[in-house]
Design a protein around this ligand. Structure first.
Ligand code: ZN
Length: 295
């Protein structure tokens, strides 16, 4: 005897497995884009085991499957591998989260079970995604936010990779210089010195700054410093990074990604030590002393 028809826009194989384990006879149908399970009683299995299986599925497998389905609908140009990667990343974010996080399903479990029970007793069929949409909207919204965040980061990463590749390409075209340059990154500014600690500037770079100033464009200090480094194409760059919470991607990271084996991290020097103390005690001072203040 048919007990329930369960539908969803996400694949229901995992739910079918749970139901069979609980003692139900299940037939699976897939008429794209909808997946359907026909659940029939076999033996004297209690209805609560069906509801338990559905609730478990909604709280365990469903979020991941929902992410994949949503990503497919929203970003059809991503490859299946990229979508799967993003869905896994989103699942990782969710799993790593504290139980109290908005996207944790526990607070919604009882409500979802009740809604599935109500709908089944009234109509004999239930659309699981619809139940979540109407009865656990804040949870669904939180899941969607996780997916959007992951996708946004993915595209930012991709753009950054392209940017780094372009800089590397320009650098490779330069004849390598013989000198060693030092790049200093603090919260307040970025600057470049030679091996003797003399601040390095470049005629062309200064011209660009003057031009931008004239046109009242904002000067991006990191762009200026990067142009300088690439123009000089030093034998290697020593990176002195005293930033504590530089937003991703930090300038120091970008220098390392562009110059690869031609970079060395400063293991600790007097200047870094002084900068760390200065930035803790009196950050504006640093701004005045060095040539390329940030922002
Ligand atoms: Zn240093």
């Amino acid at each position: 005897m048919r007990i329930a028809t369960i539908e969803s826009d996400v694949p229901l194989g995992a739910l079918a497995g749970r139901l069979r384990t609980a003692g139900w006879a299940v037939a699976e149908q897939e008429v794209t884009p909808r997946y359907t399970l026909i659940v029939e009683r076999s033996g004297d299995t209690g209805l609560h085991t069906l509801l338990e299986s559905v609730a478990e599925f909604l709280c365990s497998e469903w979020p991941h499957l929902y992410m994949e389905t949503r990503l497919r609908a929203m970003y059809p140009l991503l490859s299946p591998e990229e979508r799967q990667y993003l869905a896994l990343l989103a699942a990782h974010v969710i799993r790593r989260a504290h139980r109290d996080a908005a996207w944790h399903p526990a607070p919604w479990r009882a409500e979802l079970m009740r809604a599935v029970q109500d709908t089944l007793s009234r109509y004999g069929r239930v659309h699981l995604d619809g139940v979540v949409r109407f009865r656990a909207r804040p949870w669904l919204k939180a899941l969607q936010d996780v997916a959007s965040g992951v996708v946004k980061q993915f595209f930012a990463d991709r753009e950054y990779e392209t940017f780094v590749a372009m800089l590397r390409h320009i650098l490779d075209a330069q004849p390598p210089g013989a000198d060693v340059l030092h790049v200093y990154c603090s919260e307040a500014c970025v600057w470049v010195t030679d091996a003797h600690g003399q601040v390095v500037t470049d005629r062309r770079v200064l011209d660009v700054i003057a031009e931008q100033e004239q046109e009242e464009e904002d000067i991006d200090v990191e762009d200026v410093a990067m142009s300088l480094l690439i123009t000089r194409a030093p034998r290697y760059v020593v990176v002195h990074d005293v930033t504590k919470a530089a937003p991703w991607p930090s300038f120091a990271e970008t220098v390392e990604r562009v110059f690869l084996e031609r970079t060395r991290r400063c293991p600790g020097c007097d200047v870094c030590e002084r900068l760390r103390n200065a930035s803790e005690q009196n950050p504006p001072q640093v701004n005045i002393v060095f040539p390329f203040p940030r922002g």
